[in-house]
Design a protein around this ligand. Structure first.
Ligand SMILES: [Zn+2]
Length: 147
């Protein structure tokens, strides 16, 4: 006894697919919003910082590190959009990958054993955090000098 017309299996599959795509669009919109805010913050911080000259990270070291990580972002903040959208894998949509000094170069002055590969979003987020810490340290040092 079925009054309502039964939806076909195909209709249900399509409905599930639509829901999955809607979810994915929301995830991507969240990432775009998050990155827009991050970009504004990075710009403000960059304007406050003096650039520090440092030697480039050798290309072969970047590739070896990327391979050791299985071509996935190291996700240092636990908030990586590549992990949200692509299981962490680097791809053209995320801007491939960038090499980062785990401990910032300005404090460690060391590249060997101190690099990780990040997506551009995580690299920006980590660089922002490092700049904030550096600016706070400069401010503390300036205040200590005044006393
Ligand atoms: Zn990432």
């Amino acid at each position: 006894m079925e009054d309502a017309p039964q939806r076909s299996k195909r209709e249900l599959e399509l409905e599930i697919q639509v829901l999955r795509l809607e979810r994915r669009v929301r995830d991507m919109e969240d990432v775009v919003k998050q990155q827009s805010e991050a970009l504004k913050e990075s710009t403000k911080l960059l304007l406050k910082c003096k650039p520090v000259a440092r030697p480039p990270i050798p290309h072969d070291k970047k590739l070896i590190q990327g391979a050791e990580q299985g071509w996935r972002c190291a996700n240092p903040t636990g908030d990586c959009p590549q992990w949200l959208l692509f299981d962490g894998f680097f791809n053209a949509a995320g801007g491939l990958f960038e090499a980062d000094h785990c401990e910032s170069w300005s404090t460690s002055l060391r590249t060997s054993g101190n690099i990780q590969c990040l997506c551009s979003c995580c690299h920006n987020a980590k660089s922002r955090r490092d700049r904030i810490i550096a600016l706070e340290q400069q401010q503390e040092a300036a205040e200590a000098k005044e006393e």
